[in-house]
Ligand binder design. Structure first.
Ligand code: NAD
Ligand code: UGA
Length: 443
């Protein structure tokens, strides 16, 4: 099949490469000429394991094409996927300006029937909006071309994006048209190999499914974070509690790891957007409002612990914290809504210096944090510890899981660890002379 993907970020580029991998021909359109130029050189502008090789291979085999010209991609394709960003407005609502701009362009250049697909995460009713915009543009040109606007939300997660796309738990497609449904069946047959993995539904249900899924996952995380806070107060160990509840298959072990609060470009904005939608239509989103507020508090949990500890020692001003991890989670360079940024902001506001290391996100971090004189990005996991009064572990990169604790202790001014990801055994660190603070477990 011939496919056009508009917006080659985390979702667009992964979708494009994975569609091409199955033999489709895919035209990727992005407004950013630097991105397109990088891709044409067989390199990728984001960090995503396994993606660069796939992009390079399919580009060289001429199944993947890159352009800034939407008309070029549109002319070739039957499917046009919109995969641009849908960030959060100040009031929490979803900013649809990029989606609407793409819809306008599609209407301005379309010359034959197309299936337009919203793959970006968009509020319920957006497919109708996109349809209206395209129709208005066609009317201006005096054209009456048949087209459909379907919803095909994406469920991949960064760091596992390629395997999530190639072997999805499910593929959700929202359309009211039988012919569109048939085309999707063909497109996704190589991925959703068992038929029950392809779930067809109405467009609005598909749009809602995406928000419901992200809000459910965010709820699990806020729930366990709240349990962790209670565990600390009552002297229980949240690690043991997680195992205890997870063994009930109705609850499960996954996605109930306590930590520094959920970050990333999706959960925070999607929870807020659904709250906003619900309020607009007069529904009371009490549970997800609580999920959001628990998360806002959790993002400050580690910095609170650090501040409390040093306040009791005479204050944080002039003290230095080494930080392991800046990305919002492991295996990504993405720092959008990363809890590391909240922690840094709280601590530097109190006068603490931060020396931070991240194996991949350091390039983005240097850019984002360049105006904060109290922050230094260091390029080595152990050098970052030099002169530090304590270490904070913020991202769950594998290379932080089993470090050389003797070297860590020798590099720092004092052996103190604040662990936002529960990577270490409190008994082991205690017996090796460390002061160790984690989540949902007493020191
Ligand atoms: P991103 O910011 O990484 O990429 C968006 C790309 O779109 C950018 O390269 C930008 O230059 C391009 N763009 C913007 N306007 C354009 C236009 N008019 N024409 C062509 N290109 C344009 O975004 P992302 O993280 O890939 O997210 C895209 C959407 O997918 C969002 O709605 C997001 O919520 C959703 N989503 C993201 C993930 C994820 O893991 N990142 C997973 C599932 C769903
Ligand atoms: C998430 C969803 O997992 C994807 O299914 C979805 O497609 C995507 O959002 C999206 O809509 O964009 P992603 O944001 O890449 O994917 O990352 P996750 O692995 O879900 O982690 C999100 C945040 O929750 C991270 O900060 C992570 O550290 C945190 N988390 C995750 C926990 O604190 N505890 C957990 O048990 C799991």
């Amino acid at each position: 099949m011939n496919i056009c993907i508009v917006g080659t970020g985390y979702v667009g580029l992964v979708s494009a490469a994975c569609f091409a991998e199955m033999g489709n021909h895919v035209w990727c359109v992005d407004v950013n000429p630097d991105v397109v130029e990088t891709l044409k050189q067989g390199k990728i502008h984001i960090f995503e394991p396994g993606l660069e090789d796939m992009v390079k291979r399919n580009f060289e085999d001429e199944r993947l094409f890159f352009t800034t010209d939407l008309k070029e991609g549109l002319d070739k394709a039957k499917f046009v996927f919109i995969t641009v960003g849908t960030p959060c407005n100040a009031d929490g609502s979803c900013d649809l300006r990029y989606v609407e701009a793409v819809a306008r362009e599609i209407g301005q250049f379309m010359t034959e029937p197309k299936i337009v697909v919203d793959k970006s995460t968009v509020p319920v009713g957006t497919a109708d909006k996109v349809r209206t915009i395209i129709k208005q543009e066609l009317d201006k040109r005096g054209l009456d071309i048949e087209f459909d606007v379907a919803s095909n939300p994406e469920f991949l997660k960064e760091g596992d994006a390629v395997s999530d796309f190639m072997k999805p738990d499910r593929v959700v497609v929202g359309t009211e048209k039988e012919s569109t449904y048939k085309e999707f069946e063909t497109l996704y047959a190589p991925y959703a190999r068992s038929r029950d993995k392809l779930i067809f539904m109405g467009t609005r249900s598909a749009e809602m499914t995406k928000y419901a899924a992200n809000c459910m996952l965010a709820t699990k995380i806020s729930f366990i974070n709240e349990m962790a806070g209670i565990c600390e107060k009552v002297g229980a160990n949240v690690r043991e509690v997680r195992l205890g509840i997870g063994s009930d298959h109705r609850i499960g072990y996954y996605f109930i790891y306590p930590g520094v609060g959920y970050g990333g470009s999706c959960f925070p904005k999607d929870v807020k957007a659904l709250i906003n939608t619900a309020r607009e239509v007069g529904a009371k989103p009490e549970l997800i409002e609580a999920v959001d507020s628990v998360n806002n508090r959790q993002k400050k949990m580690l910095s609170r612990k650090i501040l409390d500890y040093f306040e009791a020692q005479g204050g944080v001003r002039g003290k230095t914290l080494a930080m392991w991890g800046l990305a919002f989670k492991a295996n990504t360079d993405d720092m959008r809504e990363s809890s590391a940024l909240s922690i840094i902001s709280e601590l530097t506001a109190a006068g603490m210096k931060i020396r931070a290391f991240d194996p991949v996100a350091h390039v983005k971090a240097e850019e984002i944090l360049r105006d904060n004189d109290l922050v230094e990005i260091v390029h080595s996991q152990y050098e970052v510890l030099e002169g530090a009064n304590a270490l904070a572990v913020v991202t769950d990169w594998n290379q932080f899981r089993n470090p050389d604790f003797e070297k860590v202790k020798a590099s720092m001014l004092a052996p103190i660890i604040f662990d936002g990801r529960n990577l270490y055994d409190p008994a082991y660190l205690g017996s090796n002379g460390y002061a160790y603070f984690s989540v949902g477990r007493r020191p």
